[in-house]
Ligand binder design. Structure first.
Ligand code: ADP
Ligand code: MG
Length: 610
């Protein structure tokens, strides 16, 4: 059996998957062939399998450097569930546990060991590593090595010196979900990858509709958005803990079933909020960016950002938690200029407790500000939003107008209003600077309002000159013309309209003026439906879910460690009756079949017999 055949078999028998996803097989093949790898794949693409499968096929142990204790814990529990011998070494272990784990490692008990970067160069760990048969060193979340990245972690700089100390250089593979071109270069250089096999798989998430709203009142904008979502489930991200509390309160007062979540809350309260959301008891969770990592809820129909995040990396990662089930979903960013000031402040104070030297601190701050600038551009400039995201991550979209974002919809609805603008200016002049926006709009639309007749404004030639537009559109145009300095509005209690510095140009119609005038709620029908609905049996799925929760509670692990939502959905759709059929369900490998297969088969059988 060739190594690649062994890999395919491992995929099916250990992990329970029938086929590799895009990009996975070529990475596995490269690692098995002894090459270094640099893989950039979006969150959820399945990076773990790319190194876990070679780890099981190759003789020796695989070391995985990972930045977060919670990530390590989840990965290791998931591996143990699949019958893979794995462990983690980080500061969550007591000294005794740590020594015990290292002793086991020395005896070759583990195939995969997750380790925090700060451990690598410690005497204790080196003593193990220098004598071990290390097949592979994996760097997960590899962007942490770069000062250009959003999560620079000085400990990652220890990785290359660590590898250099090893008597035999193992293959080295680096994985990340978010890496711009600069970060990628940094990763390859700082980790000293040798002629790596480099792969970047599609970042595009075609089923996500992206939109930006720049409205004055975010609460109103949010309520309007949620109303259009009709009780579907989603996340509202806020920039601060205080924001979370205020927005949750505001939503509850307006009859939305929302729960709040942030790191300042007590453990119990936080876990219960999360549980309410994951189990669909509360359709909306309002959270800081502390929420999301390791949450495996696939039916998230929308992610709203109440505040603009500090960079597109964070934005795309958080927004990307929508639509993991492949269903159409909406990612909406509510932008206000104040967000830029808040983020600048946060950036300037972020590095204070990282103990960086002054020069490094300045570099990190400057780069964070540059990323903020790109984020602000996304939020404020016109054009296709998807194209902006993809090109930020170094991908060239096939079509520069995706047709599935507010940028594209706006562009499609943009009109030439040069002639209308000229008539508005003429109207404002005829009214002699004595009236405000509302009355001007009434005059131009030919309204029969009493106030107009009283003042005999219906006798003016401009009366009704934009009758076909209607009052609302005329008001929107006036607002835009004020922004463009074609018109001016005075201060005071009754602001009055006057011609602005550019009124003459507009009157002459020298330069074409284009605007988008529609209200912003893109009707669901208007949006392109990207994915067909999957057929699943909701009632059966509910029972499978309950069984999964029961098992998870008994074992004190999160439910997705037992089976993922995707696996339960596939099970409900395939309705297996036998062991062989059960093994064909995505995510059911032999180990999980032995542990849980019969329990789930029983629930299915009972359900079918009713
Ligand atoms: P990433 O690290 O890229 O964000 P993960 O490695 O955590 O993603 O994988 C995301 C999910 O996809 C996991 O539930 C995993 O089991 C599943 N998955 C990975 N590869 C496959 C595959 N070939 N077929 C089906 N599911 C897969
Ligand atoms: Mg991962």
């Amino acid at each position: 059996m060739t190594a690649l055949q062994a890999a395919r078999r491992t995929l099916s028998e250990v992990f329970g998957y029938e086929s590799f996803r895009p990009g996975q097989e070529s990475v596995v093949a490269a690692i098995l062939g002894g090459r270094d790898v640099m893989a950039v794949m979006p969150t959820g693409a399945g990076k773990s399998l790319c190194y876990q499968i070679p780890a099981l096929v190759l003789p020796g142990v695989t070391l995985v450097v990972s930045p977060l204790i919670s990530l390590m814990r989840d990965q290791v529990s998931a591996l143990l569930q699949n019958g893979v011998r794995a462990a983690y070494l980080n500061s969550s272990l007591t000294q005794r546990q740590y020594t015990l784990a290292l002793d086991n490692a020395r005896r070759g008990v583990y195939k995969i060991i997750y380790v925090a970067p700060e451990r690598l160069l410690t005497a204790h760990f080196l003593d193990f590593a220098l004598h071990a048969d290390i097949a592979q060193v994996v760097i997960d979340e590899a962007h942490c090595v770069s000062q250009w990245g959003q999560d620079f972690r000085p400990g990652y700089l220890d990785i290359a010196p660590f590898i250099a100390k090893l008597p035999v250089r193992p293959r080295v593979s680096a994985f990340t979900a978010t890496a711009t071109q600069t970060v990628r270069q940094d990763v390859m250089r700082l980790l000293e990858l040798k002629a790596p096999y480099a792969v970047t798989t599609g970042f595009d998430r075609p089923n996500l509709y992206f939109e930006v709203r720049r409205e004055g009142d975010r609460d109103l904008a949010l309520l309007r958005f949620l109303k259009a979502q009709e009780g579907k489930s989603g996340i509202v991200y806020c920039g601060t803990r205080k924001g979370v509390e205020e927005v949750t309160g505001m939503l509850v007062k307006n009859g939305v079933d929302a729960v709040g979540y942030h790191a300042g809350m007590g453990d119990e309260e936080r876990m219960s909020a999360q549980e309410d959301f994951v189990s669909d008891r509360a359709p909306v969770i309002v959270a800081t960016n502390a929420f999301g990592m390791g949450i495996d809820k696939s039916n998230v129909s929308f992610v709203v950002h109440y505040n603009m995040p500090k960079d597109l990396e964070s934005y795309y990662q958080e927004a990307g938690r929508a639509g993991r089930d492949g269903e159409d979903a909406v990612c909406c960013l509510l932008y206000q200029p104040a967000d830029v000031y808040l983020n600048t402040f946060l950036i300037e104070h972020a590095q204070e407790n990282m103990q960086l030297d002054t020069q490094t601190q300045k570099i990190v701050t400057d780069r964070a500000k540059e990323r903020l600038k790109q984020m602000t551009h996304y939020a404020t400039a016109s054009g296709c939003l998807r194209t902006k995201i993809l090109s930020y991550f170094g991908e060239k979209p096939e079509n520069p107008h995706c047709g599935n974002c507010s940028g594209c919809l706006m562009a499609a609805q943009e009109r030439d209003v040069t002639r209308e603008a000229g008539r508005i200016v003429a109207g404002v002049m005829a009214l002699g600077g004595k009236y405000g926006k509302a009355l001007t709009a009434k005059v131009l639309s030919g309204s029969r309002d009493e106030r107009i007749r009283e003042r005999q404004l219906d006798k003016l030639t401009v009366y009704g000159s934009l009758k076909s537009e209607g009052e609302e559109n005329i008001r929107l145009m006036i607002d835009e013309l004020i922004t463009d300095e074609v018109l001016e509005i005075t201060d005071g209690q009754y602001p009055l309209l006057k011609p602005g510095p550019r009124a003459r140009e507009a009157l002459l119609g020298d330069e074409p003026i284009r605007m988008t005038l529609t209200a912003r709620e893109p009707a669901a029908a208007q949006r392109r439906r990207v994915t067909p609905k999957l057929m699943t049996d909701k009632a059966l799925l509910g029972r499978l879910n309950r069984l999964r929760r029961k098992i998870a509670e008994e074992q004190h692990v999160p439910p997705f460690i037992i089976f993922t939502n995707a696996t339960l959905r596939d099970m409900a759709a395939k309705c297996p009756r036998t062991r062989a059929q059960m093994l064909r369900v995505e995510g059911v490998g032999e180990n999980k079949m032995d542990r849980y297969g019969d329990m789930f088969l029983r629930v299915i059988r009972e359900y079918l017999e009713e």
